[in-house]
Design a protein around this ligand. Structure first.
Ligand code: MLT
Length: 282
């Protein structure tokens, strides 16, 4: 009779659990109009509804596609612990696959722009043009990263009630804050509606994003950079530098507008978008 052998004893720590990869999903998106496809990626912590003035202006001539990114708006069920920019860019690519679109004009405001830079790195062949609004290519400072992670923890503990108060003074420009109470109310409501999981996931994803300055010189499609003169989050001079770093990029400074320039001065931004898009055919 054999004595049963005791399993070998190991001093090694048990393997740490491997995080489940985020499921590959297609983001929910609203499509309006027909023509050259233009995909618009929203800012943080908002959703696709922030593009309503652009949808109205462009849908007569373009197929305007406005997704909600992981966890935001109609994508509530798709929230993940860390919504990295690469993951979000791949979501956009899956959306294009789903719609049978090889190439599009891609636009993003702020966080949407960070996603656009990841898209440039990973799916450049699918770009026919680029719109970069109130965004930057650099990564966060250590302090900014720590602030994001702190907000992620707080929003999960407390919900989004405190978020508008923290963010509104920076999301809207001085002029809008002073003169546009209805816009302040609209943006406050949009922020308050977002799911804490979405806010936390996006903050962690943005905190982890790499510097994208290295992709700028290789951007080979028509590009328009837009900056709000009163943008307290990014700063208009950053937009100007971004346009200088991208070969042939155009630059528009929107006066009397802050970080959400497309919502604050839609008439100015829409005119520039229509002018920019006119010669582009994808
Ligand atoms: C945004 O508008 O998307 C955010 O302000 C971006 C950021 O927090 O860096």
């Amino acid at each position: 009779m054999h004595e049963s052998e005791a399993p070998p004893v190991s001093d090694a720590p048990p393997p740490s659990p491997v995080a489940e990869p985020a499921p590959a999903t297609v983001p929910p998106a609203v499509t309006s109009g027909v023509g050259t496809p233009v995909v618009l990626l929203h800012a943080f912590p908002l959703d696709g509804r922030m593009w309503a003035p652009q949808v109205e202006a462009l849908a007569g001539s373009y197929q305007v596609i406005v997704p909600d990114l992981r966890g935001f708006g109609a994508a509530r069920e798709q929230a993940v612990e860390e919504a990295g920019m690469d993951l979000l860019a791949d979501d956009v690519a899956r959306l294009l696959d789903d719609r049978g679109l090889d190439r599009v004009v891609l636009g993003g405001l702020s966080m949407g722009g960070y996603v656009a830079f990841a898209f440039v790195r990973r799916h450049a062949d699918r770009l026919g043009g680029l719109l970069l609004l109130d965004t930057k290519a650099s990564a966060d400072s250590e302090q900014a990263r720590a602030d994001r992670l702190r907000m992620a923890e707080r929003v999960l503990a407390e919900g989004t009630g405190f978020v508008p108060e923290t963010m509104l003074p920076r999301l809207l420009g001085k002029t809008s804050l002073e003169e546009r109470p209805e816009l302040v109310e609209q943006v406050t409501a949009l922020v308050r509606e977002q799911d804490p999981l979405a806010v936390a996931g996006a903050q962690r994803g943005m905190a982890a994003r790499p510097d994208a300055t290295d992709v700028l010189a290789a951007i080979a499609v028509p590009t328009l950079v837009v900056a709000g003169e009163e943008d307290a989050v990014i700063g208009p001079e950053v937009g100007r530098e971004l346009a200088v770093a991208i070969p042939g990029a155009r630059f528009l400074l929107v006066e009397r507008a802050g970080h959400l320039a497309s919502l604050e001065r839609p008439e100015v931004v829409n005119e520039a978008l229509l002018d920019f898009l006119a010669p582009i055919w994808v």
